[in-house]
Design a protein around this ligand. Structure first.
Ligand SMILES: Nc1ncnc2c1ncn2[C@@H]1O[C@H](COP(=O)(O)OP(=O)(O)O)[C@@H](O)[C@H]1O
Ligand SMILES: [Mg+2]
Length: 308
Protein backbone atom coordinates (compact mmCIF):
# COMPACT_ATOMS: atom_id res chain seq x y z
CA UNK A 1 0.00 0.00 0.00
CA UNK A 2 1.53 3.32 -1.02
CA UNK A 3 1.87 6.01 1.53
CA UNK A 4 0.29 9.33 0.69
CA UNK A 5 3.18 11.77 0.68
CA UNK A 6 2.54 14.82 2.71
CA UNK A 7 4.21 17.98 1.56
CA UNK A 8 5.59 18.50 5.04
CA UNK A 9 6.05 16.19 7.91
CA UNK A 10 6.46 16.87 11.58
CA UNK A 11 8.48 14.34 13.52
CA UNK A 12 8.40 14.63 17.30
CA UNK A 13 11.06 12.97 19.41
CA UNK A 14 10.07 12.20 22.96
CA UNK A 15 10.70 9.69 25.69
CA UNK A 16 9.64 9.41 29.24
CA UNK A 17 13.01 10.27 30.76
CA UNK A 18 15.70 12.90 30.54
CA UNK A 19 19.11 11.85 29.28
CA UNK A 20 17.90 9.05 27.00
CA UNK A 21 19.30 10.69 23.86
CA UNK A 22 16.35 12.64 22.44
CA UNK A 23 18.38 15.71 21.55
CA UNK A 24 21.16 13.51 20.25
CA UNK A 25 18.76 11.75 17.89
CA UNK A 26 16.95 14.95 16.87
CA UNK A 27 20.12 16.85 16.02
CA UNK A 28 21.74 14.03 14.08
CA UNK A 29 18.56 13.18 12.24
CA UNK A 30 18.36 16.81 11.15
CA UNK A 31 21.97 16.73 9.96
CA UNK A 32 21.53 13.49 8.02
CA UNK A 33 18.42 14.83 6.25
CA UNK A 34 20.08 18.16 5.47
CA UNK A 35 23.16 16.40 4.10
CA UNK A 36 20.81 14.53 1.79
CA UNK A 37 19.56 17.88 0.44
CA UNK A 38 16.32 17.65 2.35
CA UNK A 39 15.33 20.97 3.86
CA UNK A 40 14.77 20.49 7.57
CA UNK A 41 14.11 22.63 10.58
CA UNK A 42 14.96 21.49 14.08
CA UNK A 43 12.76 22.89 16.80
CA UNK A 44 13.81 22.79 20.42
CA UNK A 45 10.46 22.24 22.09
CA UNK A 46 11.99 21.26 25.42
CA UNK A 47 10.40 24.18 27.22
CA UNK A 48 12.51 24.40 30.30
CA UNK A 49 15.57 22.37 29.33
CA UNK A 50 16.49 23.73 25.93
CA UNK A 51 19.91 22.57 24.77
CA UNK A 52 19.53 21.51 21.18
CA UNK A 53 21.78 24.38 20.09
CA UNK A 54 24.59 22.83 22.16
CA UNK A 55 24.10 19.48 20.42
CA UNK A 56 24.63 21.34 17.15
CA UNK A 57 27.66 23.20 18.46
CA UNK A 58 25.92 26.58 18.38
CA UNK A 59 26.23 29.25 21.11
CA UNK A 60 23.09 30.07 23.10
CA UNK A 61 21.16 32.17 20.59
CA UNK A 62 19.60 35.56 21.20
CA UNK A 63 16.26 34.84 19.57
CA UNK A 64 14.30 31.83 20.67
CA UNK A 65 10.93 30.23 20.61
CA UNK A 66 9.81 32.27 23.60
CA UNK A 67 10.04 35.47 21.52
CA UNK A 68 7.58 33.95 19.10
CA UNK A 69 5.27 32.44 21.69
CA UNK A 70 5.15 35.53 23.88
CA UNK A 71 4.79 38.14 21.18
CA UNK A 72 2.23 37.80 18.40
CA UNK A 73 4.09 40.46 16.39
CA UNK A 74 7.11 38.21 16.05
CA UNK A 75 7.00 36.04 12.94
CA UNK A 76 8.34 32.52 12.93
CA UNK A 77 10.93 33.56 10.30
CA UNK A 78 12.34 35.98 12.86
CA UNK A 79 13.36 33.19 15.21
CA UNK A 80 14.75 30.77 12.62
CA UNK A 81 18.51 30.44 12.84
CA UNK A 82 20.91 29.26 10.18
CA UNK A 83 23.33 26.44 10.91
CA UNK A 84 26.55 25.37 9.23
CA UNK A 85 24.46 23.32 6.78
CA UNK A 86 22.47 25.02 4.03
CA UNK A 87 19.47 22.78 4.40
CA UNK A 88 19.30 22.79 8.17
CA UNK A 89 17.67 25.46 10.27
CA UNK A 90 17.17 25.71 13.99
CA UNK A 91 14.54 27.26 16.17
CA UNK A 92 16.14 27.38 19.53
CA UNK A 93 14.33 26.66 22.74
CA UNK A 94 13.28 29.17 25.32
CA UNK A 95 15.98 30.08 27.82
CA UNK A 96 13.67 32.01 30.12
CA UNK A 97 11.27 29.13 30.36
CA UNK A 98 9.14 30.57 33.13
CA UNK A 99 7.22 32.64 30.61
CA UNK A 100 6.24 29.82 28.32
CA UNK A 101 6.80 26.54 30.11
CA UNK A 102 3.05 26.28 30.14
CA UNK A 103 1.68 27.70 26.90
CA UNK A 104 -2.01 27.39 26.19
CA UNK A 105 -3.18 24.91 23.60
CA UNK A 106 -3.95 27.80 21.25
CA UNK A 107 -0.35 29.04 21.55
CA UNK A 108 0.96 25.59 20.73
CA UNK A 109 -1.34 25.39 17.74
CA UNK A 110 -0.22 28.82 16.52
CA UNK A 111 3.37 27.64 16.84
CA UNK A 112 2.82 24.40 14.96
CA UNK A 113 0.82 26.12 12.19
CA UNK A 114 3.54 28.76 11.78
CA UNK A 115 6.28 26.14 11.63
CA UNK A 116 4.30 24.22 9.04
CA UNK A 117 4.38 27.31 6.84
CA UNK A 118 8.16 27.35 6.71
CA UNK A 119 9.70 26.31 3.44
CA UNK A 120 10.99 22.93 4.62
CA UNK A 121 10.24 19.26 4.03
CA UNK A 122 10.77 18.02 7.58
CA UNK A 123 10.17 19.58 10.95
CA UNK A 124 11.82 17.81 13.85
CA UNK A 125 10.58 18.62 17.33
CA UNK A 126 12.91 17.80 20.20
CA UNK A 127 10.63 17.32 23.19
CA UNK A 128 11.25 17.61 26.89
CA UNK A 129 11.25 14.70 29.32
CA UNK A 130 8.16 13.51 31.10
CA UNK A 131 4.51 13.28 30.20
CA UNK A 132 3.34 16.82 30.79
CA UNK A 133 0.40 17.90 28.67
CA UNK A 134 2.74 20.12 26.70
CA UNK A 135 4.96 17.31 25.67
CA UNK A 136 2.01 15.07 24.88
CA UNK A 137 0.34 17.77 22.78
CA UNK A 138 3.43 18.31 20.64
CA UNK A 139 3.79 14.56 20.28
CA UNK A 140 0.17 14.30 19.14
CA UNK A 141 0.31 17.31 16.82
CA UNK A 142 3.18 15.67 14.94
CA UNK A 143 2.71 13.37 11.96
CA UNK A 144 5.16 10.91 13.49
CA UNK A 145 5.92 10.50 17.16
CA UNK A 146 9.18 8.76 17.99
CA UNK A 147 10.01 7.55 21.49
CA UNK A 148 13.57 7.10 22.61
CA UNK A 149 13.95 4.14 25.00
CA UNK A 150 16.92 2.76 26.90
CA UNK A 151 17.13 -0.99 27.51
CA UNK A 152 16.48 -0.48 31.21
CA UNK A 153 13.30 -1.39 33.12
CA UNK A 154 12.77 2.21 34.28
CA UNK A 155 13.03 3.64 30.80
CA UNK A 156 10.83 0.92 29.29
CA UNK A 157 8.21 1.54 31.96
CA UNK A 158 8.35 5.26 31.23
CA UNK A 159 7.89 4.61 27.54
CA UNK A 160 4.74 2.57 28.17
CA UNK A 161 3.44 5.27 30.46
CA UNK A 162 4.17 7.87 27.80
CA UNK A 163 2.40 5.89 25.08
CA UNK A 164 -0.61 5.31 27.29
CA UNK A 165 -0.80 8.92 28.44
CA UNK A 166 -0.50 10.20 24.87
CA UNK A 167 -3.22 7.85 23.67
CA UNK A 168 -5.63 8.77 26.47
CA UNK A 169 -4.97 12.43 25.89
CA UNK A 170 -5.69 11.98 22.21
CA UNK A 171 -8.98 10.27 23.02
CA UNK A 172 -9.88 12.85 25.63
CA UNK A 173 -9.29 15.73 23.21
CA UNK A 174 -11.91 14.27 20.86
CA UNK A 175 -14.80 15.14 23.08
CA UNK A 176 -16.02 17.98 25.22
CA UNK A 177 -18.65 15.90 26.95
CA UNK A 178 -17.80 16.08 30.65
CA UNK A 179 -19.28 12.64 31.30
CA UNK A 180 -17.07 10.97 28.69
CA UNK A 181 -13.99 12.94 29.70
CA UNK A 182 -14.55 11.80 33.27
CA UNK A 183 -14.67 8.17 32.13
CA UNK A 184 -11.40 8.59 30.20
CA UNK A 185 -9.72 10.17 33.20
CA UNK A 186 -10.91 7.37 35.44
CA UNK A 187 -9.67 4.78 32.97
CA UNK A 188 -6.12 6.15 33.27
CA UNK A 189 -6.03 4.60 36.71
CA UNK A 190 -5.84 0.82 36.40
CA UNK A 191 -7.74 0.40 39.66
CA UNK A 192 -10.77 2.28 38.36
CA UNK A 193 -14.18 1.04 39.49
CA UNK A 194 -15.49 0.76 35.91
CA UNK A 195 -13.42 -2.35 35.23
CA UNK A 196 -11.62 -0.64 32.34
CA UNK A 197 -8.24 -2.32 31.91
CA UNK A 198 -7.19 -1.22 28.45
CA UNK A 199 -7.94 1.33 25.74
CA UNK A 200 -10.10 -1.32 24.05
CA UNK A 201 -12.20 -1.73 27.23
CA UNK A 202 -12.48 2.04 27.38
CA UNK A 203 -13.77 2.29 23.84
CA UNK A 204 -16.29 -0.50 24.48
CA UNK A 205 -17.48 1.34 27.55
CA UNK A 206 -17.87 4.63 25.68
CA UNK A 207 -19.53 2.97 22.69
CA UNK A 208 -22.28 1.89 25.07
CA UNK A 209 -22.78 5.48 26.21
CA UNK A 210 -22.42 7.02 22.77
CA UNK A 211 -21.96 4.73 19.75
CA UNK A 212 -20.93 7.50 17.34
CA UNK A 213 -18.22 8.75 19.68
CA UNK A 214 -17.15 5.16 20.24
CA UNK A 215 -16.46 4.83 16.52
CA UNK A 216 -14.50 8.07 16.52
CA UNK A 217 -12.37 6.88 19.41
CA UNK A 218 -11.76 3.59 17.67
CA UNK A 219 -10.54 5.46 14.61
CA UNK A 220 -8.26 7.54 16.80
CA UNK A 221 -6.84 4.40 18.38
CA UNK A 222 -6.16 2.87 14.97
CA UNK A 223 -4.49 6.00 13.64
CA UNK A 224 -2.21 6.40 16.65
CA UNK A 225 1.01 4.76 15.60
CA UNK A 226 4.00 5.81 17.67
CA UNK A 227 7.49 4.60 16.84
CA UNK A 228 10.29 3.53 19.14
CA UNK A 229 14.07 3.70 18.94
CA UNK A 230 16.23 1.77 21.39
CA UNK A 231 19.31 3.72 22.43
CA UNK A 232 22.58 2.65 24.00
CA UNK A 233 22.09 -1.03 23.28
CA UNK A 234 24.91 -3.36 24.28
CA UNK A 235 23.68 -6.77 23.14
CA UNK A 236 21.25 -8.57 20.87
CA UNK A 237 19.05 -9.09 23.91
CA UNK A 238 18.85 -5.28 24.19
CA UNK A 239 17.88 -5.02 20.52
CA UNK A 240 15.12 -7.58 21.01
CA UNK A 241 13.51 -5.41 23.69
CA UNK A 242 12.08 -3.31 20.86
CA UNK A 243 10.24 -6.30 19.45
CA UNK A 244 8.86 -7.32 22.81
CA UNK A 245 7.65 -3.76 23.37
CA UNK A 246 5.85 -3.96 20.04
CA UNK A 247 4.04 -7.14 21.08
CA UNK A 248 3.20 -5.74 24.50
CA UNK A 249 1.71 -2.57 23.02
CA UNK A 250 -0.41 -4.66 20.67
CA UNK A 251 -1.57 -6.94 23.43
CA UNK A 252 -2.26 -4.43 26.20
CA UNK A 253 -3.10 -1.23 24.33
CA UNK A 254 -4.32 -2.61 20.98
CA UNK A 255 -1.69 -0.39 19.38
CA UNK A 256 0.57 -0.83 16.40
CA UNK A 257 4.02 0.51 17.29
CA UNK A 258 6.83 0.80 14.73
CA UNK A 259 10.34 -0.22 15.73
CA UNK A 260 12.52 2.15 13.73
CA UNK A 261 15.85 0.83 14.90
CA UNK A 262 18.49 1.01 17.60
CA UNK A 263 21.65 2.92 18.41
CA UNK A 264 24.56 1.10 19.96
CA UNK A 265 26.28 2.33 23.06
CA UNK A 266 29.24 4.19 21.62
CA UNK A 267 31.98 6.26 23.27
CA UNK A 268 32.08 8.43 20.15
CA UNK A 269 28.64 9.74 21.09
CA UNK A 270 29.53 11.38 24.36
CA UNK A 271 32.91 12.42 23.00
CA UNK A 272 31.21 14.22 20.11
CA UNK A 273 28.87 16.00 22.51
CA UNK A 274 31.78 17.13 24.68
CA UNK A 275 33.57 18.46 21.63
CA UNK A 276 30.32 20.12 20.49
CA UNK A 277 30.74 18.45 17.12
CA UNK A 278 27.72 16.43 16.05
CA UNK A 279 28.77 12.92 15.22
CA UNK A 280 27.19 12.84 11.75
CA UNK A 281 28.59 16.22 10.72
CA UNK A 282 32.24 15.40 10.19
CA UNK A 283 32.33 12.17 8.29
CA UNK A 284 32.75 9.82 11.24
CA UNK A 285 31.91 6.24 10.35
CA UNK A 286 31.43 4.68 13.76
CA UNK A 287 28.73 2.20 14.63
CA UNK A 288 26.36 4.83 16.01
CA UNK A 289 26.59 6.79 12.76
CA UNK A 290 25.60 3.67 10.83
CA UNK A 291 22.73 3.11 13.25
CA UNK A 292 21.53 6.72 12.87
CA UNK A 293 21.60 6.42 9.09
CA UNK A 294 19.49 3.32 9.12
CA UNK A 295 16.97 4.93 11.48
CA UNK A 296 16.74 7.95 9.15
CA UNK A 297 16.28 5.64 6.18
CA UNK A 298 13.47 3.77 7.90
CA UNK A 299 11.82 7.00 8.91
CA UNK A 300 11.98 8.46 5.41
CA UNK A 301 10.74 5.31 3.74
CA UNK A 302 8.16 4.34 6.29
CA UNK A 303 10.02 1.13 7.10
CA UNK A 304 10.96 -0.55 10.32
CA UNK A 305 13.32 -3.07 11.82
CA UNK A 306 12.46 -6.69 11.02
CA UNK A 307 13.03 -9.53 13.38
CA UNK A 308 15.94 -11.69 12.11
N1 LIG B 1 24.32 5.79 21.85
C1 LIG B 1 24.95 6.41 22.86
N2 LIG B 1 26.15 5.97 23.32
C2 LIG B 1 26.78 6.59 24.31
N3 LIG B 1 26.31 7.66 24.96
C3 LIG B 1 25.12 8.16 24.58
C4 LIG B 1 24.37 7.56 23.52
N4 LIG B 1 23.22 8.29 23.34
C5 LIG B 1 23.26 9.27 24.28
N5 LIG B 1 24.38 9.20 25.03
C6 LIG B 1 24.74 10.08 26.15
O1 LIG B 1 23.54 10.51 26.78
C7 LIG B 1 23.59 11.91 27.00
C8 LIG B 1 22.21 12.50 26.99
O2 LIG B 1 21.71 12.63 25.68
P1 LIG B 1 20.65 13.76 25.29
O3 LIG B 1 20.41 13.63 23.84
O4 LIG B 1 21.07 15.08 25.80
O5 LIG B 1 19.38 13.25 26.13
P2 LIG B 1 17.94 13.90 26.26
O6 LIG B 1 17.78 14.92 25.18
O7 LIG B 1 17.01 12.74 26.09
O8 LIG B 1 17.85 14.47 27.63
C9 LIG B 1 24.50 12.43 25.91
O9 LIG B 1 25.12 13.62 26.31
C10 LIG B 1 25.49 11.31 25.71
O10 LIG B 1 26.60 11.49 26.58
MG1 LIG C 1 17.29 17.00 25.35
Amino acid sequence: MGKILKEKEIIAIGGGKGGVGKSFLASNLGIILAKNQIKTVLVDADLGGANLHTCLGIQAPEVTLSDFVNNTNVRIEDVVLRTSLDNLMLISGAQDFLGIANPKYSQKLRLVRAIENLNVRYIILDLGAGTSNNTLDFFLLADRGVLMVLPEPTSIENAYRFIKSALYRKLRMLTREPQVRAVIEKAMDKKNDLGIQSPIDLIDHISNLNPRLGLQLEEALNSFRPAIVLNQVRSMADVRIGFSMQSACKKFFGLQVDYLGYIENDDQVWQSIRKRQPITLNGDHGKSVRNLRSISYNLLHNLQLKME
